[in-house]
Design a protein around this ligand. Sequence first.
Ligand SMILES: [Ca+2]
Length: 84
Amino acid sequence: MKSVSPVSFKLYDFDGDGCIDKVELFTMLRAAMLESADLQLTERQMNEIVEQTFSMVSVDNSRITFGMATTSFHSLGPSSTQGL
Ligand SMILES: [Ca+2]
């Protein structure tokens, strides 16, 4: 899993509220998949990652701030995506 830079975070914050919601995270995953041939996930797997990420790092289970996102994507790492 690629780490999330502030630039890409802002890029996918479509409504500009400074937070990433589930739809926006889903879109980020799709974009990351298009960029990387090594990263191929089914819709279900992407859903699981989104749900897992939000349950781990989101305070209200609906939004992730930039600080939360960087922490989460670093902790996800390659090992947790391999088993999917
Ligand atoms: Ca947003």
